[in-house]
Write a protein that binds this ligand. Sequence first.
Ligand code: PLP
Length: 396
Amino acid sequence: MVSELMTEYGNNRCLIREISEICNKKAAEIGRENLCDFSIGNPSVPSPLAVREAMLDILTNENPLNIHSYTSAPGMMETRDAIAENLNKRFGTSYTGKNLYITSGASTSLVCAIKAVLKDADSEIIGIAPYFAEYKAFTEGNGGRFKLVPADTEKFQINFDALEALITEKTQGVIINSPNNPSGVIYSAETLRKLSALLKEKSCEYGHIIYLISDEPYRELVYGDEPLPFTAKFYNNTIVCYSYSKSFSLPGERIGYVLVPGEADNWEEVYSAVAGGARASGFICAPSLMQKVIARCADIEPDISVYRKNRDFLYKSLTEIGYECAEPAGAFYLFVKAPNGDATPFCMKAMEDNLFIVPGSEFGCPTHFRAAYCVDYEMIERSIPLFKKAFEEATK
Ligand code: PLP
């Protein structure tokens, strides 16, 4: 016999990937130019030139034994220092490389952080809908319990009454994600202040720290003029999980980090627990070539103009048709209310017309659907009549 839970996770794959695969099959039959695929968050902008040049230069000019050998488990110190300096310049913090643990992307970072804070089989982690559904698997797969705060479908900030009601003496952590997948919404400074006050109050009440796990793979994809509020500055006991998958368009290269700020209570112990989480999961030594690339490129800013143009056009076109949509301020997703209020049948019907979008049930918010606009502009243009037809059929 093998683990029932793992078998279940293995068999019930993530719906986004299912839809993406159905779409790929259909593309093989009828040609990709005849369908509109908004299913998956794969960056459509090539990684920055400086990143690709760094890879080539390292591969051409450095000793291959050094490039491809094991690094220390938490990552190369020059990489960790370069990231710390970049964060300090941008957010006025005073981190050093010792606050950073290099990982193979945000998924790995999240598993390390979750493992670090779970104390026993009763420990609970709370997520906020709409949310990245893997949080549940990452928590339960590591022996914890997962609870979900229902979405604030007005503004897609945090439903604080529901969050407060879910926090108990078993709560070890709350996971947030801003800019958010799937809503594209950014949590405001006011939301983060309120969250910080609540977590401080509840940590006091229950006599132990409730950690804030801040999942930030879209941190650099922000379209407004206002800088993104940096979560760790609002709450000391924050563990930041980052990835270069989206900002540097490197999802297949697997590189990211966990940041344990020096302001966290007993931060060195928390850092050790993160390192232990990595070790116990077999996640030591992130890809060494990528570590070297990040050491050189930590200050590179991604060009988000393509995503901004896609966002502006898709948002304008869909709202003109009559769709209601959360304000898309960051990441590369639109989260749109299904006209008939139930996104699953709406998405299934759209799929018959070769429009591939993801039902919000996947993100704990079944009234909405997600359209990933990290795609070709030309495809968005082609998709508008399909969105119009779907809207008209659902509202007639
Ligand atoms: N967190 C969120 C919110 C995501 O959207 C994703 C990927 O889409 C991840 C984490 C995982 O990112 P990574 O590819 O770095 O593991």
